[in-house]
Design a protein around this ligand. Structure first.
Ligand code: 13P
Ligand code: SF4
Length: 346
């Protein structure tokens, strides 16, 4: 449901949003991939893990979530008594779309001796079918706490799963989902940039495919990429994640140069998340005014999905989300079909 905003011309949106925020006792949470004007008025900007923690801990009555639907659903599940609004309910995620709950349930049923370690980029219904949720910043530390002989299904991002498998030496059955944004980064364009700027390190999100990850000096969540970009002595950083995060980099280090790695042939906008882009200041204003579009989930799904989410928060502890998660050292397990259940001992 995309909200109509044509009638808002002439409104001082920033002042109106501030007024409504006070009236509603609302908090505005935003992901790093949001437009700069949304990041700048948010009470908190963060990665998926830190946004989940904020949502779980807030004492506001209303959470206005400027991100995508699975993030707002997570906020609702962790704070079920709050009203959670998402400026545009069509703000989905290709990873969520790749993993319909009925197919995921069938996959689980076919592998009864595996636990499901599931990336937070999925629907509430898939969370409800999972054992432990992870984010890109918490996946490594959580995987490390699972006994080595425990068989694992990892979904829905095959690139994050493959990266973890080779970094940590754990075979996992991978669901074949991808992020359309990170999939689009061009290795040719990245190599051109590296040749032009040989001293610039590359920071990449683990949702990138191996042909991008393999050129990276730092691999981690959005928060960890931001920390790396700011703490690196390099004056120029090549950024292989959604480029709206560069707004935070430029604010914090105005003298450094941050270059977003292009997608496709170098001339498309395909390295930008089309779902994140649906949120606008106008729609945020309407969401705070009308308390719509609002996240509504069944009590049963929320109850079941809360268990693996709370496990994530507990297992991730307080320190996760900082620093490098390391360079890959093991052979790539890129294609899920290569991880044959027979090989993993089924
Ligand atoms: P982070 O948890 O790293 O912010 O990732 C969220 C996301 O959707 C990346 O595409
Ligand atoms: Fe989903 Fe990719 Fe957009 Fe993140 S960047 S919300 S993973 S489509």
């Amino acid at each position: 449901m995309t909200v109509q905003t044509a009638s808002l011309k002439g409104l001082d949106l920033l002042a109106e949003i501030e007024r409504l925020k006070r009236e509603r006792n609302a908090v505005i949470l935003a992901h790093y991939y949001q437009k700069p004007e949304i990041q700048d008025l948010a009470d908190f900007v963060g990665d998926s893990l830190d946004l989940s923690r904020k949502a779980a801990a807030t004492d506001a009555n209303v959470i206005a979530f400027c991100g995508v639907r699975f993030m707002a659903e997570t906020a609702k599940i962790l704070s079920p008594d709050k009203t959670v609004v998402l400026p545009d309910m069509d703000a989905g995620c290709s990873l969520e779309d790749s993993c319909p709950p009925d197919q995921f349930a069938a996959f689980r049923a076919a592998h009864p001796d595996h636990i499901a370690l599931t990336y937070i980029n999925c629907s509430a219904a898939v969370k409800a079918l999972s054992d432990i949720i992870v984010t890109s910043s918490s996946a490594g530390i959580i995987l490390d706490q699972i006994p080595k002989d425990q068989k694992i299904i990892f979904g829905p991002d095959r690139h994050l799963g493959g990266y973890l498998a080779r970094k940590m030496g754990r075979e996992m059955l991978l669901w074949p989902g991808i992020c359309i944004v990170h999939q689009a980064f061009s290795e040719t364009e990245l190599l051109k940039l590296k040749a032009e700027h040989p001293d610039a390190p590359v920071a990449a999100h683990p949702e990138c495919p191996p042909h991008i990850i393999d050129h990276a000096d730092h691999i981690g969540s959005t928060k960890s990429i931001l920390d790396f970009a700011l703490s690196s002595p390099a004056q120029m950083i090549l950024v292989a994640t959604e480029p709206h995060i560069i707004h935070q980099m430029e604010k914090a280090a105005p003298n450094k140069i941050f270059i977003g790695v292009p997608g496709g042939d170098g001339n498309c906008n395909c390295n930008m998340c089309p779902y994140m882009a649906l949120n606008t200041l106008e729609k945020l204003y309407v969401a705070l005014r009308d308390l719509q579009p609002r996240i509504e989930l069944s009590a049963e799904v929320m109850e079941r999905a809360r268990v693996p989410l709370e496990r994530m928060l507990e297992m991730a502890g307080r320190t996760v989300g900082q620093g490098d998660v390391g360079k890959p050292v093991l052979p790539i397990i890129d294609h899920p079909e290569e991880i044959d259940p027979a090989i993993s001992g089924d």
